[in-house]
Write a protein that binds this ligand. Structure first.
Ligand code: ADP
Length: 393
């Protein structure tokens, strides 16, 4: 059975088509600059990538081209072979603890929740509508980034602010990257052959979050009401003292929106180093002796170590620490810097085993008190699995 796994952003659309239940990727691609000049799309098929320049004024036009390409590459002979389309939805609020079929009621509900994720949810919904229009017979499924974290206890998800803020306005920690942390939870439990394992999942990419997992469930996570909480990230500040916002507005004359934009787009690695939000550039600049790049690396590592230490205690110890996403899968130096700081807990890295990128590996020494792994994440397959489940019911 063929299933599409889709991630629609405000000007982009990424897809992977799976043969299920084998979980085989048949074809994948990315549409970029939808609704903006300079549109283009890339299709990856049989290990080859093909890039085409083409303008798209709407997501719907991109989906039309996607269908034409599926037919062109002969991945499908007719549209009715696509039984399901699973969509990544950033925010499911408190209501959605699992993936759901995109009924009209769900779509209305998500439109209401959109004020919690104004940059993401409307774009995700545009994606759903485009596929509903172009492939009306396929089952559309919503898979939420927040759902996995709905198992957190109140004492973990509440902020110490007036309680009515939670009751009236939904102010709480929601957590994100849920599909990734869930994938890591499942895969690590499988490797350890222990479904109740205590796992600290470190999803560190452009965005980043840590998750404390026990019995396959999220116990705590570092992102919060929005994805700009917790860790220092590529261009996001992570946790800050909220009072600096009015202070900077007063000093610079910036509007509230501008300061929030600074905290999302001009902070983190980029803000501290002044070099880049990309850890590869930071590593290069630090190696060349750029002091602010070195400082930004030290800060980046320290924030992650602090959360690992917190979750280690929260979980009453740990069976595994897992690195995933762009930085976690690829940067051996970042992994080493983090694990070296965990020495007081008896956690040790094996430098030779750590000398890998983008592949699954155990990277701790034999006498390390906690096993440390690199596991490439796979959010797309989680979407395909959930979508397949609904069709198979
Ligand atoms: P996103 O949050 O956008 O999904 P990714 O998980 O793809 O981000 O991570 C992207 C980041 O991963 C890049 O910005 C870069 O900092 C980092 N990265 C990717 N490859 C490498 C590498 N070889 N070495 C160090 N960092 C890398």
């Amino acid at each position: 059975m063929k299933i599409l796994s889709v991630n629609a952003g405000s000007s982009s659309l990424k897809f992977q088509m799976y043969e299920m239940p084998e979980e085989k990727v048949l074809i994948s691609g990315t549409f970029e600059r939808i609704g903006i000049d300079g549109g283009m799309y890339t299709i990856k098929y049989n290990g080859e990538k093909k890039k085409t320049e083409r303008e798209f004024s709407t997501h719907s036009e991109a989906v039309q081209v996607l269908i034409e390409e599926l037919l062109n590459y002969k991945v499908i002979e007719s549209l009715d072979e696509i039984k399901g389309v699973g969509h990544r939805i950033v925010h499911g609020g408190e209501h959605y603890t699992h993936s759901v079929v995109a009924t009209e009621e769900v779509i209305n509900d998500l439109t209401d929740i959109s004020e919690l994720a104004p940059l993401h949810n409307p774009a995700n919904l545009t994606g759903i509508k485009a596929f509903q229009e172009k492939i009306p017979d396929a089952l559309e499924v919503c898979c939420f980034d927040t759902a996995f974290h709905q198992t957190m206890n109140k004492k973990e998800f509440l902020y110490p602010v007036p309680y009515e803020w939670y009751e009236k306005y939904g102010v709480r920690k929601y957590g994100f990257h849920g599909m990734s942390h869930n994938y890591i939870a499942l895969r690590t439990a499988e490797i350890l052959n222990n479904p109740s394992a205590r796992i600290i999942s470190c999803h560190i990419g452009n965005g980043g979050s840590l998750c404390a997992i026990k019995d396959g469930k999220s116990i705590d996570t570092s992102m919060g009401f929005t994805p700009n909480a917790g860790l220092m990230m590529g261009s996001r500040s992570g946790d800050i003292d909220a009072t600096l916002i009015p202070y900077i507005m007063g000093k610079t004359g910036e509007t509230l929106e501008e300061v929030i934009n600074d905290l999302n787009k001009k902070s983190g690695y980029l803000g501290v180093s002044g070099v880049s939000s990309d850890s590869r550039d930071i590593e290069e600049a630090a190696a060349a002796g750029n002091e602010r790049a070195i400082l930004s690396q030290e800060m980046y590592v320290e924030k992650i170590v602090n959360y690992i230490a917190e979750y280690y205690l929260e979980l009453g110890g740990a069976d595994a620490i897992v690195f995933t996403a762009g930085v976690g899968e690829n940067s051996k130096d970042t992994r080493k810097a983090i694990v070296d700081k965990l020495a007081p807990l008896g956690i040790k890295i094996d430098e030779e085993k750590n000398n890998i990128r983008g592949e699954e590996a155990l990277i701790s020494t034999e006498d390390s008190s906690v096993k440390v792994y690199v596991i490439p994440t796979d959010e797309e397959v989680m979407i395909a699995r959930d979508t397949y489940k609904f069709i198979n019911e």
